[in-house]
Every structure is written in structure tokens, then in C-alpha cells.
Design a protein around this ligand. Sequence first.
Ligand code: A3P
Ligand code: MG
Length: 204
Amino acid sequence: MAQAWISTVLNRHRRHDAVLSEEADDVGDRSTAKRVWIIDPLDGTREFASGTTDWAVHVALTEGGRPTAAAVSLPAKGELFRTDEVPTVSGELTGRIATSRFGGSYESALVANLLSLDIVQIGSAGAKAMAVVRGSVDAYVHGGGQYEWDNCAPVGVALAAGLHCSRLDGTEIVYNTPHAYMPDFVICRKELRDDILRVLSEEW
Ligand SMILES: Nc1ncnc2c1ncn2[C@@H]1O[C@H](COP(=O)(O)O)[C@@H](OP(=O)(O)O)[C@H]1O
Ligand SMILES: [Mg+2]
């Protein structure tokens, strides 16, 4: 249903833009388009099916591979995070890191272990990233695979909230690649950026 609504709205109001979605064929030619929407109408499919509240809807506009406007909605929690409204994350660090409910990645466990961070299991890439944006955890580290629709809107909102976002090797995250694969990234409080990237560069 989310896919149908989002594609209808984009087709009506942004018909010249290309669209990449988890749930539909590409719209337009992504290789030449200046503006590409990257969408995951349901992130956290397993959590949605099991009746928990940690699932999300992701919508991002990318220009030149960078998210320039994005929104992550957590409908079951009644929360919406948008790049044009999200406050800058501030306040005390929590000592917590978000990981998948399904084991989490090796890289996440490594960072948690070496930096003595408590693990909080949350489903959905969007819900994990918004936990960092909300200030309830300090970091979300992922390795081992994901697609652009899983993390583009979350990264867009996180950047707007003043968080550090990069690949695990510290390089910039660039979207709208031909394979639409974005397998590893870190979203974290800037206070933790150097420690997390150091741990990963030493041990990974
Ligand atoms: N190794 C992997 N390869 C591909 N996709 C992955 C992945 N690990 C997690 N994902 C996807 O990332 C999203 C968040 O997963 P998790 O909550 O386990 O961190 C889920 O998206 P979907 O729910 O859209 O399929 C999941 O399928
Ligand atoms: Mg997803």
C-alpha cells in the first residue's frame, strides 16, 4: 500500500524524476537522471509481520548520489523524521549501540565489544538509525550487506541531525550506484566517530 501511494504521488508531482524502490521496477533512467528518489515502503518486514513497532517507511531524494531531502516514518510509533525539521542531536552519550534483532553484523559486535557499548536490539535500518537521531542510542554500525533503499533515507535524516555517517572505512556514502547495493555504513554521534573508525580500521 505504501508503495502504491508513494509512486502515485511521485508520478503526479515529480514525473520527471527517476525512482528506485525495493518494491517496484525502476522508474526512469537512473544512470542519467539528475534527481533519483530511493524508497523502501516497508523496512523491517520481519518486525512488521511479527507485530512489533520497529518498522519504517523510507523516502529519500538523491542528487549527485547524495540524499538532499529525506523522511523516515515509524507509523506504529506515530513518529516522522524529516531532513527539514529534525533537530540536531545533543545531550549526554548513552553508551548504547543499536543492532539487528537477527544477530547483528560482525562489525557491530566488534565495535560494541571494543568500546564497551551496550547492545540494544532494534528491527529495521530506519528504526535503528532513528534511535540514534532520537538520542536513545549512540551508534548504528552495519556490515555484511544492505541495499540503498534500506539506508538512504535514514542516512539523509541522520546527516541533517548532525550525526556522522560514512562507510565503515570512513569514506563518504554515495547512492544511486548501478547495483543499488550499500553493504556497510556507520551512523553515530560525532563524539564517537574517531573511536569507531579507529576500531574498524585496526580490526576489520
Ligand atoms: N546482509 C544483508 N543483506 C541484505 N539485506 C540486509 C542484510 N542485513 C539486513 N538487511 C536488510 O536491512 C533491513 C534491516 O534489517 P535488520 O533489522 O536485520 O538490521 C531489512 O530490510 P527489509 O526489511 O526492507 O527487507 C533487511 O532485509
Ligand atoms: Mg529495507
